[in-house]
Design a protein around this ligand. Structure first.
Ligand code: CP
Ligand code: NVA
Length: 311
């Protein structure tokens, strides 16, 4: 296991599968109200330069439940917002904290933090990727469709919408696990070419990853459909142009009709109902989104235990 979790490439297929199993065990222990405090006396620093509900709360509650503590640091109100170099913050926080989560814009910022902090650094979302979310998504598939769904030749996956940070982490997951993933993105909103290139170069030979323009083509017969907002945090100024560009990319009941009969729909949330997903799909029988959101807690605990617990 590497020191940091900056992208899914920091994990191998076996480590991803072992995190799934551990998240399942931790979820069961929590349901039984069984105390498990391997991180007693340990503290997680949490640097957030963007808004968050799920990531912040699941990490904070996760640390508490594992016997540790979390400290939240927003840009505004800390010296980060006044321009203190991150490389300084990295070394200072590492003197107090046993690990650091960062949510920021540039992925290079998270990489710099990891380089200068001698403690584990976890990517809580950058413009490039959102590995903790996709681990929770994979765990949700694991629970609902069984572990075999994440094996090569298992479930077939689709991504509908923006080739954004979430799409990138899905591409990495597909490459590492050997999954079949079809992404439908409008022209001009493809996943990053370097992310696709790295995935194709290093993929398990059984992986199949393609990018198409037509949501129906990506969806046909697929068992898992994922989507996300059309304008991510930091892209709010492009909202109107993106609504035009993504016309026809809404995950709606009509699209689900051509997917596998028991298709499950994932969305990392927050959702814009009526844009990337309809109210009827989000609240309908195929939606797994609130189980997926809850699973952030269980997967976060598995990650924290793996990276922070003294061995
Ligand atoms: N899905 C997700 O990361 O949600 P938050 O932005 O609320 O953390
Ligand atoms: N792609 C979205 C995900 C939010 C959890 C964003 O970056 O804003």
């Amino acid at each position: 296991m590497k020191k940091d979790l900056l992208s899914l490439w920091d994990l191998g297929a076996d480590e991803i599968r072992s995190l799934m199993r551990r998240a399942g065990e931790l979820k069961h222990m929590r349901a039984m109200r069984q105390m498990h405090e391997p991180l007693a006396g340990m503290t997680l620093g949490m640097i957030f330069e963007k808004a968050s509900t799920r990531t912040r709360v699941s990490f904070e509650v996760g640390m508490y439940e594992l016997g540790g503590h979390a400290v939240y640091l927003a840009t505004q109100g800390s010296q980060i917002g006044r321009g203190e170099p991150l490389r300084d913050t990295a070394r200072v926080l590492a003197g107090y904290c046993h690990g650091i989560v960062i949510r920021t814009f540039g992925h290079d910022v998270a990489e710099e933090l990891a380089r200068f902090a001698p403690v584990p650094v976890i990517n809580g979302l950058t413009d490039l990727s959102h590995p903790c979310q996709v681990l929770a998504d994979l765990f949700t598939v694991w629970e609902r469709l069984g572990p075999g769904a994440l094996d090569p030749g298992g479930a077939r996956f689709a991504w509908i919408g923006d080739g954004n940070n979430m799409a990138h982490s899905w591409i990495e997951a597909a490459a590492i696990l050997g999954l079949d993933l079809s992404l439908a993105c409008p022209e001009g909103y493809d996943p990053d070419a370097a992310v696709l290139g790295r995935a194709r170069k290093n993929a398990d030979w059984r992986a199949h990853i393609d990018v198409v323009r037509n949501p129906a083509e990506a969806t046909r017969g697929r068992a898992v459909i994922s989507t996300d907002v059309w304008a991510s945090m930091g892209e709010e100024g492009e909202q109107a142009a993106r609504v035009r560009a993504f016309d026809g990319f809404t995950v709606d009941d009509k699209l689900l009709q051509i997917a596998a009969p028991e298709v499950m729909v994932l969305h990392c949330l927050p959702a814009h109902r009526g844009e990337e997903i309809t109210e009827s799909v989000l609240e309908g029988p195929h939606s797994a989104v609130f189980q997926q959101a809850e699973n952030r807690l269980h997967i976060q605990k598995a990650i924290l235990e793996r990276l922070l617990a003294p061995r």
